[in-house]
Write a protein that binds this ligand. Structure first.
Ligand code: ADP
Ligand code: MG
Length: 365
């Protein structure tokens, strides 16, 4: 491995020699290594070497172009802030492709910690602030310049249409076993798809969205626990700002794991929602339009139904997309997201109230 690292490092013109490396295991898409280099003057410097998962991302070149555009924009706008720095080859590329499945990039390592899950409300608030800030940093960037790496990624209406087409086909004979789930999704189909329809009609601005707003995609300062920088820019695409918010709270405010079989344990934690709102809205309040702010709660519901329908679709069509650890895994995931969506709906008024209170508090500051 050190040989491979050495060759890659040479192509990116890193000074010195690689000394050692360790594998970072908390991401679940790419292969990530922290590599220590010995500089010519004897000092040491760490880098992150990442092999992009080309099974998941079939357009790595376009992804790296998106990342170049976005990081250059942020760095130019905020020259004094910590930003993600990707190294370039002599030809000016921020990646190298060394044959099939060997697509590499190198960035500077940032001394930091990440949180895979988190119960600490101040960390949740900071995560909200980090993603809100990311939205702001790119508010003047023309989203149309970005390649849409996964077309219709959050076209909820289209996702639901696909699900119901597969329900009609029933390719694996599983539909009769999931009637309750299908009936519920049918009952909320229009509501869950509404924002994506309005977006397609041009009612919301085309924003630059991150599309993987998990807490472990923010690097935090070890001591202060303040966010340093948002990472994992593979899914940066044009999209709806409120879906980034919705996906973040769907994940962070769920009291259970995404595949919890005991639905009694699944609920939407309003205190965590409030904390995330405080951080996120604190950053974006003057940047987002009123219709976007008014859609934050509906977006949280919509994206939860969207994910439930993707899990159910995968179950009905034979578990081809999501990795399953046991035969009913996708069904368990579906039920978990549906339980969460139902709880969001039950609490909708209270959640809307929290958004309004947060906007007021932030605006009065
Ligand atoms: N520049 C960096 N500095 C320090 N740690 C990093 C850096 N980039 C990534 N990491 C660590 O590696 C993990 C996985 O990286 P990430 O880009 O999120 O890959 P994945 O797409 O597999 O989730 C992150 O959660 C973080 O802990
Ligand atoms: Mg990640």
């Amino acid at each position: 491995m050190l040989d491979t690292i050495k060759k890659i490092g040479e192509t990116f013109r890193l000074p010195g020699e690689p000394d050692s490396y360790d594998v970072i295991t908390n991401g679940n898409i790419n292969a990530t290594y922290r590599v220590t280099y010995r500089n010519p003057d004897g000092s040491r410097k760490n880098y992150i070497f990442q092999r992009i998962n080309t099974t998941v991302f079939s357009n790595p070149v376009q992804i790296m172009q998106n990342i170049d555009l976005v990081t250059t924009h942020i760095r130019t706008k905020y020259p004094n802030e910590r930003t993600l720095h990707f190294h370039h080859t002599a030809e000016g590329k921020n990646y190298i492709s060394a044959g099939e499945n060997a697509f590499w990039r190198v960035m500077n390592w940032v001394d930091s910690i990440t949180f895979d899950t988190c119960d600490d409300l101040s960390v949740i608030e900071a995560t909200g602030a980090a993603f809100g800030r990311f939205q702001n940093q790119l508010s003047d960037f023309d989203g149309a310049k970005l390649f849409e790496t996964i077309p219709d990624f959050h076209n909820t209406k289209k996702r639901l249409d696909t699900l119901f087409a597969h329900v009609a086909e029933d390719p694996c004979g599983r539909v009769s076993t999931v009637q309750d789930e299908i009936a519920y999704i049918e009952s909320v189909r229009e509501k869950a798809g509404a924002l994506s329809v309005r977006y397609a009609n041009g009612e919301f601005p085309v924003r630059v969205t991150h599309n993987d707003t998990k807490s472990n995609n923010v690097l935090f300062d070890r001591e202060t626990k303040m966010p340093i920088v948002v990472i994992d820019l593979d899914t940066v695409m044009p999209g709806m700002a409120m879906y980034d918010f919705g996906d973040a709270v769907r994940f962070i405010a769920n009291t259970a794991a995404e595949d919890e079989p005991d639905l009694q344990r699944v609920s939407f934690d309003t205190a965590k929602f409030r904390a995330f709102c405080k951080g996120f809205i604190g950053e974006v309040v003057s940047g987002l339009t009123q219709p976007e702010i008014d859609s934050l709660v509906l977006a949280s519901f919509s994206i939860t139904i969207e994910l439930a329908s993707r899990f159910l679709d995968d179950y009905i069509t034979g578990d081809k997309y999501f990795k399953v650890n046991y035969p009913e895994h996708n069904l368990v995931r579906t039920r978990c997201q549906l339980a969460l969506a139902k709880d969001i709906l039950r609490k909708q008024d209270a959640l809307e109230q929290i958004v309004r209170e947060t906007v007021r508090a932030v605006s009065e500051k």
